[in-house]
Design a protein around this ligand. Structure first.
Ligand code: MRU
Length: 382
């Protein structure tokens, strides 16, 4: 990965895209060093793309999916370059690369959704390609065609995610009936998506409509997505924001200082359970106890109708070192163990509203989820 320093420190975040495809190169904003530094890494091969996902250069369910889609473009281009012509063995090698990307992180379903979409395009292209090479089409133009089509698909996935975020922003903001304070967790903003954000998309939209007085952002241990990323996004758009440690949420709610919790999701299962950043479940329990409303905002690419409940989802466990150290310094006695699950499951019964680009589900459950899944898209997906 080659770092490219940008002097964009104070550029509006809506102009700073987490994922960029420029002149055939995938550039990722290194989210590990924000807000101190704005650095883009150039990803030149599929292994580097998978590592960037695992190592949190790029994070957030939709952003992971979009990045993986571009990773497939790089894989196809490299495999073709190495062998000269598309064949069953090239296809197999690209499918192996897809497996490598799929193993990068286990919880966000957007990763598997985007890879499945790229894989089915490869299958379709392979069939067309074999019939074309039997006719007069030259081998090299057919090869270019596959890579171009994969690139178009990755760009579509990216653009459709941005469009979905804007739709969700409007739908979610409508649920806020009067100006209020909201609490959010982790970062479900422009940085975690194709752009604009899911939870932060709703907050952006509602703030513009005069419905947000103040945003409270959980710092979100151990990666501090709330402190480093959400606070950064809010500050750049002059949306009033206060940071708090996760442990302060109960006190905040007891004091009546927040009316809605608005979060994103890494996966929403067929019964309406939402898997999201560790600590989300605690917020949902607290919200119900204190009469605070709880909204989950996520595109349909985050909805997994194949998985029955949140308890069936693989929860990523990350390295103990992430919580035993801070800024590279040991903060616990040597030899101490740590348990570091990255996500938890909020049961549907604690969720007041799920907002996706197809609409809003109030008091979600299996029936409402399947009728939403069967609804046609608000966005024309082709
Ligand atoms: O570990 P992360 O930073 O990838 O976790 C991100 C979250 O939990 C987000 O809330 C979720 O992916 C939704 S992003 C729109």
């Amino acid at each position: 990965m080659n770092p490219v320093n940008k002097t964009a420190q104070q550029k509006s975040v809506t102009n700073v895209n987490a994922i960029q495809w420029q002149d055939g190169i995938l550039m990722l904003l290194d989210q590990r060093v924000l807000p101190e530094k704005v650095v883009y890494l150039q990803l030149s091969n599929v292994k580097a793309v998978a590592e960037a996902i695992t190592d949190m250069v790029v994070r957030g369910a939709p952003a992971i999916g979009i990045t993986a889609a571009f990773g497939v473009v790089i894989a196809a281009r490299d495999r073709l370059h190495g062998s000269g012509a598309w064949s069953e063995s090239v296809k197999k090698a690209v499918f192996d690369d897809i497996e490598l990307l799929a193993a990068a992180r286990p919880t966000a379903v957007n990763l598997f959704w985007a890879l499945a979409r790229m894989k089915s395009l490869i299958e379709a292209c392979s069939e067309t390609q074999s019939s074309e090479t039997e006719s007069s089409v030259t081998e090299s133009s057919a090869n270019d065609d596959i890579v171009d089509k994969l690139l178009d698909e990755a760009k579509n996935i990216h653009q459709q995610d941005i469009a979905a975020n804007h739709l969700m922003g409007g739908l979610g903001a409508e649920l806020l009936t009067k100006p209020c304070n909201v609490l959010t967790h982790c970062n479900a903003g422009a940085l975690a998506t194709g752009g604009y954000g899911t939870a932060l998309g709703v907050i952006r939209h509602a703030h513009k409509a005069g419905k947000i007085n103040h945003v409270y952002a959980d710092e979100t241990r151990p990666w501090l997505q709330g402190a480093r990323l959400t606070a950064w996004e809010m500050k750049q758009e002059q949306i009033p924001v206060s940071l708090l440690v996760e442990g302060a949420a109960a006190h905040l709610m007891k004091l009546g200082r927040v009316q809605w919790v608005i979060v994103g999701a890494d996966r929403i299962t067929a019964n309406g359970d939402a898997v999201n950043k560790i600590g989300t479940y605690s917020l949902a329990v607290l919200a119900r106890h204190h009469g605070v409303k709880f909204m989950v905002v996520a595109p349909t690419s985050t909805i997994d109708m194949q998985t029955a409940t949140g308890d069936d989802v693989v929860i990523e466990n990350r390295a103990a070192a992430e919580i035993l150290t801070f800024s590279g310094k040991c903060i616990a006695p040597e030899g101490v163990n740590a348990w570091n699950p990255a996500f938890d499951v909020t049961p549907a019964s604690l969720i007041d509203a799920i907002v996706c680009e197809k609409g809003v589900i109030l008091q979600p459950g299996s029936e409402k989820m399947s009728s939403m899944a069967n609804r046609s898209y608000l966005i024309d997906s082709r």
